[in-house]
Design a protein around this ligand. Structure first.
Ligand code: SAH
Length: 255
């Protein structure tokens, strides 16, 4: 199998490829740009009922995914995919951003450990190099929808998934700003017309309008993004490069 690979360790293999099997990502799947493999956690379960979870140590409601079961599943997947990063969708993880999506898209694939319980035994997170990733500050009922979201975001960055590569550069977050408003025909709808600059045919005016609205939207809706962007643009007092002594100034290396 070729292309970027997604491994989903899950109790619900039928949830995949889900939305990823349709539209752009579905076509990319058919074209071999990526492929996915599901690994049923139940197969690693114990006893007659193939149990994978148990009550939390110290008490409390709900259940915890057992370390021995999760470990066996991860080891089995790693036989054929030893070098892929292991991602645990988790509300306490680093919050997914376009730059972490880019980083995952630049690799060969990801193994997702999709959990349905209150949590995973912490020893799994310690023993394996687990990257905990959240898709936002809210609680889902399981890791599968989060994994679908992450893979969707990753796939659209792979070559050949979106027809026009230039569209990435225009999108929200690509340049640290939210995207400008979009319009299409009809020219007037319910008395509302399209901003005149966009229909002027003047490319410089169009670009100017888009830059201005994009900045205004970002300032109004996402002051955090706006502030981060302004920080990036501030000239650094002393750049890293300037701090480094030049070849001549550097003391000779100890022999
Ligand atoms: N008790 C946990 C939440 C459990 S929700 C806590 O308070 O942190 C059940 C599972 O859904 C989690 O183990 C995780 O795999 C997934 N999940 C829930 N919310 C998520 C989010 N925002 N991002 C990524 N995964 C999430």
């Amino acid at each position: 199998m070729s292309g970027w690979q997604a491994h989903f360790i899950t109790l619900f293999p039928e949830m995949f490829p889900g939305s990823l099997g349709k539209s752009l990502t579905g076509r990319a799947l058919d074209n071999g740009v990526w492929h996915y493999i599901t690994h049923n956690l139940r197969d690693f379960g114990e006893g007659r009922h193939k149990n994978v979870d148990d009550t939390p140590s110290g008490g409390g409601p709900s259940m915890v995914l057992r370390a021995d079961i999760a470990g066996a599943a991860i080891d089995a997947v790693r036989v054929d995919a030893p070098d892929l990063p292991l991602v645990l969708p988790s509300p306490r993880g680093e919050v997914l951003t376009q730059s972490s999506v880019r980083e995952l898209a630049d690799g060969n694939g990801v193994i997702f450990l999709c959990n349905r319980f209150e949590g995973v035994d912490e020893r799994i997170i310690e023993a394996y190099d687990v990257r905990e990733v959240s898709i936002g500050d809210y609680i889902l009922s399981g890791g599968e929808p989060a994994a679908l979201v992450m893979v969707d975001a990753i796939l659209r960055l792979l070559p050949g998934v979106i027809g026009d590569a230039a569209s990435h550069d225009e999108e929200s977050f690509a340049n640290g700003l939210l995207e400008y408003p979009q319009y299409t025909r009809p020219a007037i709808w319910r008395g509302r017309s399209i901003p005149e600059a966009l229909t002027s045919g003047d490319h410089a005016r169009v670009a100017g309008w888009r830059a201005t609205t994009s900045a205004a939207l970002t300032k109004a809706r996402r002051p955090d993004l706006w502030a981060a962007r302004c920080d990036d643009k501030k000239p650094k007092k002393l750049s890293e490069k300037a701090k480094k002594p030049s070849e001549k100034e550097r003391p000779p290396e100890k022999r």
